[in-house]
Structures are given as C-alpha cells and as structure tokens.
Ligand binder design. Structure first.
Ligand code: GLN
Length: 538
C-alpha cells in the first residue's frame, strides 16, 4: 500500500485540541488494523522545545530515540500506543537550519534559495520521510498554530502541493475550528468557522472534513448550514464536543463517523473496530468516586501542562486502582520550613517530585522528600526527584550536611549528584543523556516487584548522575541502589528499605505509561498511596 496522508489544521483560535483530535483519529484507524504514525509540524523557529520555558511550551516529551519533542507527541503515543521518533516532530527551525547548512555547503549549486520551492520541498520531504521510514500506511500530520499565521504559510503550501501530487484518494484535509455559543441569543455561531475555511481556501486548500469544537450539540440545521458554506458534505461536518476527559474524544468521534469517512476517501477497507476496552476504561474513569490525594511538588505547577505526562500517568494508575487522583499542585518555592511541609503535605497519601532543572525551588522539594521519608508517606521521585531524595538522605541520614548536586552548588564537599567525568568541560547543550537506556534491577526490591523482570529500558532526559564516589556510604545504609545502567555503571533507581514505598528513578517512566496500561512504578506508587489512605481511615 502506498503511504496515505491525513493533514490536520486548526482555525479560529488556538488550543482547541488539535493534538487530541489527531491522536483520536490515529487511534480509530489503528483500531481498524491500519498502520498509522502521527506527527507534528510546528511553524516556530526553535529547533526543538528542549530549551523552551515550560511556561511557554508545556512539557518536553521525550521519544525512545531521544528526541525532545512537543507534548502532543505524548497524546499521540498514549492514544495510539505507537512509539514515535525524533523525526515525527519537525519545527520551522529544523527546516531552515538544514536548508541554511546545505546552502553554506554549496548544496544549491549557485541557485537562489527561496521559500518556494526550497522550504516547501524540505517540509514535504520531512512529512513523507516521517511516514515512509516508519512503514506506516497512513501518516497523520498535525500542523501547529492557526491557519493564517505568517510563519505557517510554507507548511500550508507544502501540504497543498502533496495533495495536488498524490490526489484525493491518498490525502485528506481535516480542519478543526471553534463554533462559539452565544448565551445572549442562545445560538451556536458558524461565521468564524466559515471565515477560517475561506482563509484556508485562499491558500488553495478545501478541507474534506470539518471538525467543530463546540460546547453544545450541533442541530441538523447547523450542520447543513456549515456544509453549505464550507463546501463539504453534511456528513463531513463532525461534532467535536468538549468532553469531561480527553479519553472520551475518540469514542465521540467514532460515533460521529469520522473514521468511516476517512476510510472511504482513502479507499481503505473500513474493518470492524472494537473500542470496548477503551470504552470500559472511560466508563471506569467517570465512575470513580473514591479519591487519593497526591501532592506534586514542583516549580512549574501553575501550568499543569508542564507535567502533562506525569499527570496522565497518575490518572492511568488511578483507573487501575479504581481511584480518582486528586493532584495537589504544590509550588515548591512555598515550602520553606518544616511547618510549611506539614501545612501542605499532612493530608496527602503520596508525594511526587517530578523532573526539573535549576536551583529555584529545590529546598522545598528537599523538605517534601524528608517529610515523606520520615512519615512513611509513599514517595516517587522522577529524575530531579531521585536526585532530591539522594541529597536529602545524604544530609539527614548519612551526616553529610552540605550534600548537594553540583548543578546547584559547586562548592559542596559532598557532591552526591554530579556530572560524570566524561561530561565535564563539554558544552552544556551536548551533555544531556536522552532517550532509552538499559537498567538492570536488583532482586528483592520494590523495583523488581513492580517490573517483574530484571532488565528494563526507560527514557532519559538529564545531565547529572548519582556520584559513584559515594556509593559505599549509601550501600551500607537503608537506601538501596536498586537499578543500574550496566554499560556505564550509573545508578538508575534508588529506594528505601524501611519505608512502605519510597522510590526514585533517574529516568522518566511517565512517557511510557498508557491510559489503559499504567506504568508499573506509577501503578505501585498509587497502590501504596491507596494503602496509606485505607490505614488512615481505620
Ligand atoms: N536537572 C537534573 C539533571 O540535569 C534533572 C533533570 C530532570 O529532572 N529531567 O540531571
């Protein structure tokens, strides 16, 4: 089968859930036996979101091959369960960088380098490569931003050209826009959507399907009006109602017949689909009434998207244990004293310290880790959260009162977290350990009882490591180094022996969690939190 393409564009306003729509479409087609791959093309000029402020961009999602990508790739992976690659997230920055490098190398043979055809060709090649190299039957490409943005023009032109070259039966345009509801007149308004479709038409693209983000259900007359003025069949006007959970969206879109329409146009047999287990998961999620409270102690808590995959992994573990997870978002900078820790943490059933960079807020995280350690509250430290647990333990239990990470203090006598010798002196940008690395797990540990195997691979994104110089001092203590990377002998997992559940991991398990298959460590962390909750009730 020749690769087929689905393009998703957005209009009217941003943040309508294009990523969720694209992920849902991927899931519905995969469910029909189609080999899909989702990708995101972002018109901004950064090379990748790796160096962007989480407040502007949300979390950086890490792929198995070490790509630092847009958080929508996390939605794609969670919905389709297809592992994506670096190349599935392209930015205008990457496109221009490769063109400019080629130009400097004389790769254009003296020609003038122009937006058309050079930039558009580079975009087209990357769209096609992202699918072909993964062997997908259908490549679903979301174009970031909103139609009409100046920076997205070459992307829109590139997808127009792909359609012209491969034809309608190998290429579908889906356009998502907002239908605002005006309370005053009690009406859903279609005009912004009409304008958005016209704008797209101005660039030579007639959408085949329009996805209508709406708070209210669409009447037949609204559908007909939209069909007439947006120039699509009336069954191609798809309602995309705001759902209580993002996981309900594919079920809603299935009912609206979107997958059937896509199969029809792409000439793919619309095989019977079975969404029963996904449906069951959503029903379970909606029926949860008993709650466990988890404190997430970090410095970007005002924007929950900064910890998106952690949040989704907690929800998934909650579904598994039939508990609704109430995340208490705690700004670590507000935790300055033991009294603050008591104030914010005394009523929670588990504490999680997620990944992060920079010194700001780390003292609050140290207090939180100490609070969890002393009071037997389940603790899960991810990446920075492991480092925090190690520093806190070194200071409070092993008597190294100035223990620190050299990321935060260069003068400490006890750099329990440090750069490895081969990283020192290397430029900052080149030293992150990214992507999948192996980890072997020791017997008789919490890690072993979670994973049930002795060798795993997990995704990493960090620079600093547990400092093996201090290994002996930890090995004789109640902190166990329960996982290590065999190639470089790096500590990957730590845990406490005399505690109900206290685990730190140098990697990011949240990226591998799926809504219907929680990550084993998140599952056991929430299991322990549920245990604490029932004890508290006794
Ligand atoms: N800042 C720490 C490091 O670079 C932790 C990174 C993280 O939590 N992702 O090692």
């Amino acid at each position: 089968m020749k690769t087929k393409f689905i393009f998703i564009t957005g209009g009217v306003v941003s943040s309508l859930g294009k990523g969720i729509a694209a992920a849902s479409i991927g899931m519905l087609l995969k469910n029909r036996g189609v080999k899909v791959v989702n990708q995101k093309f972002d018109p901004y000029l950064n090379i990748d979101p790796g160096t962007m402020n989480p407040y502007q961009h949300g979390e950086v999602f890490v792929t198995e091959d070490g790509g630092e990508t847009d958080l929508d790739l996390g939605h794609y992976e969670r919905f389709t369960d297809v592992a994506l690659r670096k190349q599935n997230n392209t930015t205008a920055g990457k496109v221009y960088l490769s063109i400019l490098e080629r130009e400097r190398d004389g790769g254009y043979g003296g020609n003038t380098v122009q937006a058309i055809p050079h930039v558009t060709d580079e975009i087209k090649n990357r769209i096609i490569a992202g699918g072909v190299q993964t062997g997908a039957d259908v490549v679903i490409t979301e174009i970031g931003g909103t139609v009409g943005d100046i920076e997205s023009l070459p992307f829109i032109e590139a997808i127009r050209q792909i359609r012209q070259q491969v034809g309608r039966s190998r290429c579908v345009f889906v356009h998502l826009g907002l239908l605002p509801y005006l309370k005053e007149c009690g009406e859903i308004k279609t005009k912004p959507m009409q304008h958005s479709v016209k704008e797209l038409l101005g660039f030579g693209i007639q959408p085949d399907i329009i996805l209508c983000r709406t708070e209210r259900s669409l009447t037949k007359s609204i559908r007909e009006k939209l069909a007439l003025f947006c120039n699509v069949a009336s069954n191609a006007v798809i309602e995309n109602r705001t759902a209580k959970s993002i996981y309900e969206v594919p079920l809603m879109l299935e009912k609206e017949g979107i997958a059937h329409l896509l199969c029809e146009q792409l000439e793919i047999p619309d095989e019977r689909s079975d969404l029963s287990s996904w449906k069951e998961m959503v029903e379970t999620l909606y029926s949860l009434d008993s709650v466990v409270k988890i404190a997430l102690v970090g410095k970007y808590v005002e924007l929950h998207d900064a910890y998106l995959s952690v949040q989704e992994a907690l929800i998934a573990a909650g579904i598994y244990h039939k508990k609704r997870i109430d995340i208490q978002w705690i700004d670590s900078e507000l935790v300055c004293t033991a009294e603050d820790a008591q104030k914010y943490l005394s009523s929670v059933h588990g504490i999680i310290v997620p990944g992060g960079f920079g010194n700001r807020g780390t003292e609050g995280m140290l207090l939180a880790a100490g609070y969890a350690r002393e009071r037997g509250i389940p603790y899960f430290g991810i990446c920075l959260g492991l480092q925090i647990a190690v520093i806190e333990f070194a200071r409070s239990v092993l008597g190294m009162s100035d223990a620190h990470s050299t990321e935060f203090s260069t003068t400490t006598e006890h750099p329990v977290i440090d750069l490895m010798p081969d990283q020192k002196g290397v430029q900052l940008g080149g030293t992150l350990r990214l992507g999948l690395y192996r980890c072997t797990i020791s017997e008789g540990t919490l890690a072993e009882s979670a994973y049930k195997v002795h060798e795993i691979q997990e995704r990493h994104r960090h620079r600093y490591e547990f400092n093996n110089v201090f290994r002996d001092r930890f090995e004789g203590s109640s902190m166990q180094l329960s996982g290590r990377n065999p190639e470089r002998d790096l500590v990957e997992i730590i845990e406490l022996k005399d505690h109900p559940w206290f685990v730190g991991v140098q990697f990011h398990p949240e990226f591998a969690s799926r809504p219907n298959r929680p990550h084993p460590l998140f599952r056991d962390f929430i299991g322990a939190a549920v245990g604490l909750r029932s004890e508290a009730e006794k």
